[in-house]
Design a protein around this ligand. Structure first.
Ligand SMILES: C=CC1=C(C)c2cc3[nH]c(cc4nc(cc5[nH]c(cc1n2)c(C)c5CCC(=O)O)C(CCC(=O)O)=C4C)c(C)c3C=C
Ligand SMILES: [Fe+2]
Ligand SMILES: [Fe+2]
Length: 342
């Protein structure tokens, strides 16, 4: 008899806020060929020769400002989600991170130790990206082949346009959105434009209005489209007019051209354009983390207020809200049932 299980997978955080641990984490993360997609030698020159010389110290300082007694917010929240899901499903639920610990191997082992032979792996990213969804699947397949050749894994697909997810996100925003806001900014994690072209099997996305068009064959692999789609569906649900909404992209790294408009540059200029009361939400992340708690809630707020803004409301990620736990349950169970049809 096959025993099923669910493995939640998130990005991962350093073990601690020490510069050495942050360096080890950034090394694993940025040496991933689906994150910095240069030939090995150029990637190593850039990451190990340049980025790792200075960034670990700066990032360690940033991590210190968000770290909790229980550890990194991203890991703590993911563990809470695992626990909340375990309370409402009747198969074992494990947790793994793409980088650092608990690793995907640790997560699979945790399930195998409970007798699991068929795993539904849930990448905790609403939108598809080479640097997130794809690298999680690659890693899980590598680990499976090497250490667990007898188990089966299937994958929950990106869920950016699923009604249950949109409902949960829209409801969560509705509850926290102040009545008198001037603008609701949707800030998504950016990626280099090159990644979008590279993962478009149809070669039809030109990074212009095509991403916002209703139909384009590239949409299934277009991270940019999927970000705009989430925004469009949430705004429709909330009845928000276009003039009160804006999409931007945050957290860029290096000298490549990343998707625009940039969150920081936009925040700088909003005050002068008459936006005094800003609400901001980050739907590329399902768990609050360094990029939302520090880059947006602290740095982003400072930039906005310095540019003439007056009130800044950060709307938290779905984290461990019950509606979100229910979404994870529903999407996981669809895939668990899929095993019957193979
Ligand atoms: C939500 C989706 C994410 C995409 C897409 C993504 C792409 C991407 N990220 C980097 C570089 C860094 N990201 C860092 C942190 C970070 N990134 C995501 C998510 C996505 N990244 C999360 C959830 C986090 C937070 C992790 C945490 O511990 O809280 C960092 C590390 C922090 C820092 O030094 O700023 C880097 C570096 C690239 C290059 C990239 C696409 C190519
Ligand atoms: Fe596109
Ligand atoms: Fe990132």
């Amino acid at each position: 008899m096959n025993q099923k299980g669910i493995l939640l997978v998130n990005l991962g955080s350093p073990k601690s806020t020490s510069v050495e641990d942050v360096k080890e984490y950034l090394d694993e993360f940025l040496m991933d060929e689906k994150v910095i997609d240069y030939r090995w030698i150029f990637r190593a020159l850039l990451v190990q020769g340049i980025i790792l010389k200075t960034r670990p110290k700066k990032s360690a300082e940033a991590y210190k400002t968000v770290w909790t007694d229980e550890g990194s917010p991203l890991i703590v929240i993911s563990k809470h989600l695992q626990k909340r899901l375990q309370e409402i499903v009747d198969v074992p639920v494990g947790l793994g991170m793409r980088y650092a610990e608990p690793s995907i191997k640790t997560g699979i082992q945790e399930l195998v130790d409970q007798g699991v032979t068929e795993i539904t792996l849930f990448p905790l990213y609403p939108q598809y990206a080479m640097s997130t969804t794809e690298t999680v699947i690659d890693k899980a397949e590598e680990v499976r082949l090497k250490f667990f050749p007898d188990i089966k894994i299937n994958y929950v697909e990106p869920f950016y346009d699923r009604e249950i997810y949109i409902n949960a996100l829209a409801e969560s925003i509705r509850e926290k959105l102040p009545a008198d806001f001037d603008l609701l900014q949707f800030s998504y994690h950016g990626v280099p434009e090159r990644h979008i072209y590279k993962t478009d099997p149809t070669n039809t996305c030109n990074m212009n209005t095509c991403c916002q068009k209703e139909d384009n064959p590239s949409h299934k692999f277009c991270y940019r489209h999927q970000c705009y789609k989430v925004t469009e569906l949430v705004c429709k649900k909330l009845g928000l007019p276009k003039e009160k909404v804006m999409v931007t992209f945050q957290s860029r790294l290096g000298k490549d051209k990343w998707m625009e408009p940039y969150t920081d540059a936009t925040l700088e200029g909003l005050g002068k354009k008459g936006i005094k009361k800003l609400a901001i939400v980050c739907p590329a992340f399902v768990s609050d983390c360094l990029e939302t708690l520090e880059e947006i809630s602290v740095e982003g707020k400072e930039i906005f207020l310095h540019g003439g803004g007056e009130r800044f409301d950060y709307i938290p990620c779905l984290n461990e809200e019950q509606s979100w736990v229910n979404v994870v349950k529903t999407l996981s169970e669809e895939k668990l049932n899929d095993f019957y049809f193979h």
